[in-house]
Design a protein around this ligand. Structure first.
Ligand code: HEC
Ligand code: HEC
Length: 220
């Protein structure tokens, strides 16, 4: 009797821990799945409609105002495409106004795929911008590096994008959009609002130019 009771209790306990393990694995798979779902090969095919502006290596094209996308974090790229789709981005200026129509037909899966593709490309070099590099180094490390990384390589955990490889003109334009509130002030835009706050900390344009010079120096 007692023995049978113990055995059945043990079996029940074992069964419930197996159930718990199965549940745990299922949850883990659900969490991990989106990271593996993206298909960069499908993304490369979709990217062909972006080449005319962003370049065949996703190196960007300053004459058109199109930023480099190569080597950028996939989740950041996907989030920006969704921001153009939802209207969080797109009304800042005539450069931004082009993007919503260009991505409106991308499904969430397409977006993940094209983001995975451009993210897999090697980050590009960019011309060194004018500015006081020593001052830029100091201000960058004091105000930007904590999120964007010491070499402007970005920080996945903090969802702060790579800045190294973006051109001086694009960096300055976006910084000023955050500063003026044209980007990063919507209540639902938690990450944009962080940048809107940080864009207030540089005292003047010469300091911004110095910081941008430092960022471009990380992509030589
Ligand atoms: C007609 C030119 C053009 C085409 C085609 C184009 N883009 Fe853009 N894209 C731009 C410009 C200009 C910007 C800068 C907009 C701004 O200042 O907000 C931009 C910005 C972006 C950004 C924001 C990058 C960042 O660092 O925040 C992403 C992501 C992007 N484009 C993805 C794409 C994808 C994916 C495609 C193809 C499906 C595409 N673009 C097609 C011109 C273009
Ligand atoms: C608290 C963390 C944090 C700090 C500090 C910070 N940033 Fe950011 N930054 C972000 C995040 C998050 C984003 C992405 C916002 C989004 O998703 O729209 C961003 C975006 C940007 C962009 C837009 C990039 C693009 O591809 O469009 C620029 C430019 C930028 N930051 C420059 C700076 C500079 C310069 C500093 C220092 C003065 C700085 N950031 C400090 C978190 C930070």
């Amino acid at each position: 009797m007692t023995f049978k009771y113990y055995v059945s209790t043990w079996v029940a306990a074992a069964a419930s821990s197996v159930a718990a393990a199965v549940l745990w694995v299922a949850t883990a798979v659900l969490w991990i799945a989106p990271a593996y779902a993206a298909d960069p090969v499908a993304g490369e095919a979709l990217y062909q409609s972006c080449v005319a502006c962003h370049g065949d290596q996703a190196q960007g094209n300053d004459a058109l105002g199109a930023p480099a996308l190569a080597g950028q974090q996939a989740p950041y790229i996907a989030r920006q495409i969704q921001a153009y789709q939802s209207g969080l981005r797109g009304s800042e200026d005539h450069y931004a106004a082009q993007m919503p129509a260009l991505v409106e037909t991308l499904s969430d899966a397409d977006t993940a795929n094209v983001a995975a593709y451009v993210s897999s490309l090697a980050p590009v070099k960019t011309p060194l911008a004018d500015g006081d590099l020593r001052k830029g180094n100091n201000y960058y490390h004091a105000s930007c590096g904590g999120c964007h990384g010491g070499k402007a390589e970005g920080n996945d955990m903090l969802q702060a994008p790579r800045l190294a490889g973006l051109s001086a003109a694009y960096l300055k334009r976006q910084f000023n959009h955050f500063k003026s509130g044209a980007r990063g002030t919507d209540d639902t835009d938690r990450l944009g609002r962080q940048m809107n706050m940080m864009a207030q900390v540089l005292p003047d344009e010469a300091t911004l130019d110095a910081v941008i010079a430092y960022i471009t120096a990380q992509a030589q």
